[in-house]
Design a protein around this ligand. Structure first.
Ligand code: BG6
Length: 484
């Protein structure tokens, strides 16, 4: 099956950091279908040859294992082409028409990895140029809009140009092997299902912590912030994967219907919960390991008085029969104590204690997403010293390390998702109604912040965020997993 993959934003940050390495890995793994062509599109004045050289330089500094071997990059580079276009100029789309007419690929993928402000223009111009044919798929990167209204406007334009089955809205967290494993854990095994409910679960904590700052994306981040960048999409998708009912089958819409129900069941915000259950923070100067790092406000592209949040912690509930009353905590931020994404499921304690069991973590399932990928089951067991005190238990941990089990060289999120687009598999992509529901839910928080003079609370880089985040969870009598 031949394909043309057109990469709008072909010289941009995402193509550079994620998409080209992912395409190269797929090529190297032999999974990229033969007969493909990758057409970078950008404003730079580059020939195809210069574009290949630019992409080649991407791999200069990477680990030896990921660096192309002899002749390997040249074989990959033979797939690369470049079209110089200003996406805001209708006349430039004729160049793309010409490039695509050189051959008639079975599938054409339009990957819009540009600033979201260009999404509607690109869709309209593709239609005007007759490039929205039935064999075309469009991939839209997050964030899709900056609030519900702009998201709806983008979706409305996309809908006029493409059928829903042609639209691939990316949330790369859904492509992570660990998230695949979460679906496998829940729907491939019956073991946890009877326990996966309010009667047995005390609380669930979703943490996506990063130790990096905003790097070179200060200007983008200023208008985005952690709520739009991470919570509206990645964190809510994880919450759906944890909270959804078993789908009737593994088809895309069966899965997406169930995720949508979770989003619709999220407890509506009230004046009180907005005040108490959502904490925003912004990193101040601090240390990441032994390295001193500067404050968010000192980052390039960031306003010295910026009120943009780089940290969010919140508490919510899924108001349905399975989950009523169980707090779900979400926490994400930049310049935190480590790169660590995990979901912690805290089961309820025993109803009656016959052992002295107040001695450590137990009754807990940890789903590690990154950098480790695996499961930890925390239990209590009888310790070594059982002659002296037969009633003393010790915390133990069952560790299932998926990197060890399946090898660390697993298919990365973007690699997997790009192959899914080329093959037309929609399971791991987000439907427009899911996205709108997620925006509907975060919007009251954005509104509240607009009118809240307090602004984000500062936290030192290298910590777990403002202390208000711990105070929020402590009100329920719980603590974040690293505090126990
Ligand atoms: C992106 C955000 O969607 O996800 C970035 O825009 C963030 O700000 C990134 O750094 C995190 O992705 P990952 O795969 O490194 O956890």
């Amino acid at each position: 099956m031949s394909f043309d993959l057109v990469l709008f934003g072909g010289t941009g940050d995402l193509a550079w950091r994620k998409l080209m390495p992912a395409l190269f890995q797929a090529f190297r793994h032999g999974t990229l279908p033969a007969g493909g062509r990758i057409v970078g599109v950008g404003r730079d004045d580059l020939s195809a040859e210069q574009y290949r050289a630019l992409i080649r330089s991407r791999f200069d500094g990477v680990d030896l294992a990921k660096r192309p071997g002899d002749g390997e990059f040249e074989r990959f580079a033979a797939l690369l082409d470049f079209v110089r276009m200003d996406l805001s100029k209708p006349e430039d789309y004729a160049k793309l028409v010409d490039a695509l007419a050189q051959r008639h690929a079975d599938t054409v993928v339009m990957y819009v990895a540009t600033a979201p402000a260009l999404f509607t223009t690109v869709c309209e111009q593709l239609a005007a140029a007759g490039l929205n044919t039935a064999n075309t798929r469009i991939v839209l990167e997050k964030p899709l809009g900056h609030d519900l209204a702009s998201n709806r406007a983008i979706n409305a334009t996309v809908r006029q140009v493409f059928g829903e089955k042609q639209v691939f809205r990316i949330d790369h967290y859904l492509g992570k092997p660990a998230v695949q494993n979460l679906f496998a854990l829940r729907f491939g095994n019956a073991l946890f299902e009877p326990l996966w409910r309010r009667e047995h679960i005390a609380n669930i904590q979703i943490t996506i912590a990063e130790d990096i700052g905003v790097e070179k994306r200060g200007a983008f981040y200023e208008t985005t912030g952690a709520l739009r960048d991470m919570v509206q999409n990645h964190a809510l998708q994880l919450l759906c994967a944890i909270g959804m009912e078993p789908p009737i089958n593994s088809h895309a819409d069966a899965i997406r219907d169930e995720k949508l129900k979770v989003l619709r069941s999220l407890a509506p915000w009230t004046a009180e919960t907005l005040k108490q259950d959502v904490i925003r923070g912004q990193y101040a100067a601090g240390n990441i390991g032994a390295t001193a790092v500067s404050a968010y406000r000192a980052e390039p592209g960031v306003q010295p008085q910026s009120q943009t949040e780089t940290f969010v912690a919140l508490r919510t509930e899924i108001a349905n029969w399975r989950w009523a009353g169980v707090p779900f905590y979400i926490r994400t931020g930049k310049r935190l104590a480590g790169r660590d994404a995990r979901i912690v499921v805290n089961f309820r304690p025993t109803p009656h204690a016959i052992f002295n069991s107040n001695i450590g973590v137990a009754n807990r399932l940890v789903i590690n997403l990154q950098p480790k990928d695996g499961l930890e089951l925390h239990l209590l067991a009888q310790g070594q010293d059982n002659r002296r005190n037969s009633n003393t238990l010790a915390p133990v941990q069952l560790d299932l390390d998926f990197d060890k089990r399946f090898g660390a060289e697993r298919v990365g999120a973007y690699e997997r998702l790009l192959l899914d687009v080329i093959d037309g598999r929609l399971n791991l992509f987000v439907r427009s109604d899911e996205q709108e529901e997620a925006w509907r839910w975060v919007e009251p928080i954005l509104e509240h912040w607009k009118n809240d003079p307090q602004g984000p609370r500062p936290y030192a880089a290298g910590t777990w965020g403002p202390s208000a985040s711990s105070a929020m969870i402590a009100r329920d009598g719980f603590c974040w997993s690293e505090e126990s």
